[in-house]
Design a protein around this ligand. Sequence first.
Ligand code: FA5
Length: 345
Amino acid sequence: MTDQVLEALQTSALARIQASASLADLEAVRVEVLGRKGTLAGISKEMGKLAPEEKARIGKLLNTAKQSLEQALERRTAQFEDAALDSRLASEWLDLTVPAPGIRPGSLHPVTLVQKEIEDLFVSMGFAVLSGPEVETEYNNFDALNIPQDHPARDMQDTFWLEGGNLLRTHTSPVQVRGMHRLGPPLRMIAPGRVFRNEEVDPSHEHTFYQLEGMMVDREVSVAHLIYFMKTLLKGIFKRDVAVRLRPGYFPFVEPGFELDIHCLLCDGAGCPVCKQSGWLELLPCGLVHPSVLRMGGIDPEEWNGFAFGLGLTRLAMMRYAIDDIRLLQGGDLRFLSQFGKASN
Ligand code: FA5
């Protein structure tokens, strides 16, 4: 009786293995027939009741059935795996004979392009290009620029303070301080660099942006010199006369101080989100260096004087390339950025 049951079981299990359509089907057969609680295990349990010779014979039959089913399962599994591999090979392939695409040439960032142009211009006029650290001391960022502790001017530039009392520089003006000590009078320097402010971001304000500081110290420097250099700068960048307006501006490190605004080139003065509908964009604050700043820089204000300016370099790049949202410059989107620069490696 058990012989026939076993035989029938084996035949039907083999048929199901052959007919299975997936690895999941196969697994179902394996669990049902060969599993710990499967049919073969059930028969095996029943064998305790049999006479010893019968037990040996049925045991043998059971083992043979088990082995043949296991082999059939293995073969069918291999068939499924081969088929899966074939279909992957058909879809995932690589033609090694196709020429490599090569290195994609990078391009310079619009801010870098404008910065380089200004550097060339000022170097041609005898200015040195200096750089200073982005992490500054409170002294260089504020005190040495005539902005004492508790002075309201400190609140004009929302500061990212660091542990230990240092800060992320809020402007490039601390490089004036470093430049005065390093170069001594007479001096002509510019200092482009990244600055940081804890500000609300909008189309014309970023928390991280670029400025370009400039300073000239000599004998009898006047506002006329300042205006000459500012005009030369703007003409050099825009290759044409651009309407500007000069109005009084307050910065503790210059006296007198000015705000030099540029006619918004994005809307041609009609008003847009970048110029806050005013038609003008704050771009180039400047003035004659305050005597206290010269003194703190180790320069005698009785003998020397000078001018300084702090150009909004990121905003200048926006005007130059008609970019109507400052955030585009920070986004890192190469589709946008690669439109401007010449290819370079
Ligand atoms: C200053 O930072 C002064 N240190 C400039 C200066 C230097 C004056 C030397 C006198 C002598 P202000 O905070 O206005 O000034 O910033 C200078 C320029 O940076 C602005 O005219 C503007 O063009 C740009 N700027 C300021 N804040 C932002 C911002 N959040 N995002 C983009 N550009 C900004």
